[in-house]
Design a protein around this ligand. Structure first.
Ligand code: ZN
Length: 179
């Protein structure tokens, strides 16, 4: 398994609308190997909780979510999900400001308004279709990942630009909050 090279903000691939995958292609060796490599790449990182195909240079409607406890969010429970051709079919309630960064994004964090609950339709790595509601942190991560597949980056969603901070300041703030 490989650790895939990540593309950073400014790379045009992050601004493209991705191509949907047919069920046959999802089950191909090419895509199955790509999913394994993306999972591996995400697992080796201490902080990332999601990796979209454009972030490793592939303009495909595929994203791997791997939530794990991190030094800044130790309360998180492990959760893994591969979302292919995802569509948010419903957004619930009003938005909440959530702290957000991106592994392609030069280690900057900011507050982003996100819905607390979403309904997602997607295909899994076996091309099976699902539709389900997600709430909490998972709903937050899903909104970030689906945006990546539409060429949208979290910085486009920031409303209060005064909340921008570097990763080291973000870590300091989360430590202070817990103390
Ligand atoms: Zn991202």
């Amino acid at each position: 398994m490989k650790i895939l090279r990540r593309r950073q903000f400014g790379n045009p691939v992050l601004r493209q609308k991705t191509t949907r995958l047919s069920s046959a292609r999802i089950q191909s060796g090419e895509i199955q190997d790509l999913i394994a490599d993306m999972r591996n790449t995400l697992e080796r990182r201490q902080y990332g909780v999601g990796l979209a195909a454009p972030q490793i240079g592939k303009s495909l409607a595929l994203s791997v979510i791997g939530i794990k406890p991190t030094p800044t969010r130790p309360e998180l429970q492990r959760q893994n999900l591969v979302i292919i051709n995802p569509e948010i079919t419903k957004l619930y309630g009003k938005k909440d400001n959530m702290w957000e960064g991106c592994v392609s994004g030069a280690e900057m964090y900011a507050q982003v308004p996100r819905h607390k609950k979403v309904r997602l339709k997607w295909q899994d790595e076996n091309a099976k279709t699902h539709e389900k509601n997600f709430a909490g942190f998972m709903a937050h991560v899903i909104q970030h990942e689906v945006d990546h597949l539409d060429g949208i980056l979290f910085v486009d969603r920031v409303e209060d630009t005064k909340t921008y901070m570097t990763f080291s300041e973000y870590k300091k703030m989360t430590r202070t909050k817990k103390a």
